[in-house]
Design a protein around this ligand. Sequence first.
Ligand code: UGA
Length: 429
Amino acid sequence: MKIGFIGSGYVGLVSGVMLASLGHKITCIDNDLSKVIKLSNGEVPFYEPGLDVCLKDAINKENIVFSSDYALLGDCKAVFICVGTPSKSNGEADLSAVEQAIINVAGIVKKDCLIIIKSTVPPGTNNLMINRLKDNGITINLASNPEFLREGAAINDFSNPDRIVFGSNSISDLEILREIYNKFIKEKVSIVETDPTTAEMIKYASNSFLAVKIAFINEMANLCEKIGSDVKQLSLGMGLDPRIGALFLNPGPGFGGSCFPKDTDALANIAEKYKCPISILNAAIISNKDRYEFLFNRIIETTSGVSNKKIAILGASFKANTDDIRSSPSIEIIKKLVDSKADVHVYDPKALDNLMKLGLTITTHNNIESCVHSSEAIIILTEWDEFSNINWKAISELVKRKNLIDYRNIADEKEVLLAGFNYSCIGKK
Ligand code: UGA
């Protein structure tokens, strides 16, 4: 099928490339001409494992093209809207880019083309857009198809979906969605066919539930530290109950990234608007924000103050296998350390370019050894494999003081203690 994508950011690019890999003919439109040129040459503008190979393959097979010209969408049977929905200062999602993209597409495509919103939008957006455009004399077929891809694991998530959600008001629209995802329907992947508002709600509720789960285990970790129990064993013991599930029960520095913080704020905001506040979600949001202070204070206690002391930070991205530093807990901690006049040194395998764009007063390193050299404390903030495999004996000979704070619980405790470190992790006394 000939399919268009508006927006070649994370969601649009991954989905477009992966639908191209299924044999669809994809046209990706993006306003940023330099991005269009890069993508046309097979260069992915961010780090996502495996995406570059899939992109080059799709280009070679002539299944994908990139352009800034909406006119190329003329004969598309479906067009996905994948533009940003940033938070406004009150937490509400800003829908102006979505609306503009729909208007642009509606002016080009044929009457039977289906416009599909993939951007994360507040429940009710689909209907709101149909009505707004109708008021301006524009009739469109609009559906919703939220995405559930995780950064760093997007290729696998796309290829092996837990479920696919179609939000549509008409059988003919549904048929188009079914044709696009036909491969997965044949493989008997669970498909949820519902109305657009419920589809939009599924996306927000899923991300919010996972965020609540993380906030819950983080608070359990705090309690474990006081009581003297071990949160790793607690997660294991809880997660074996299939009603709870083992995933997303890892305590850490708090949830970050471009989705959970934004989507939880947006859902909380919608709920307030409907005078139906979700107190459990509000608590998770507050708990997550408070976490940075809690983690920062532990660094201060461990080092007896950080002013003019070299603190080595391992990890800047909001989680492993991505160069994304948006709402990264690591960045929050780094900023607090800088404000407290610490001499902050950072190493990350992929995120340093993005980190440097923030213009913080820090020193970056391209290897662990130079980052930790002569440091007063090492703080692990991202769970990169490289940090799980550190030889702590060798590292202990480089540092000034053997303080290790492991906010991802990934270091081998026995090895670290044997190397003489004062070791502090999460959820264990
Ligand atoms: C999340 C969802 O998992 C995807 O399903 C969704 O499609 C995506 O948002 C989106 O809305 O676009 P992502 O933001 O890539 O994906 O990251 P996650 O892997 O979900 O992690 C989010 C945060 O939770 C990270 O900061 C991570 O470190 C943290 N986390 C995750 C924990 O602290 N503990 C865990 O056990 C799991």
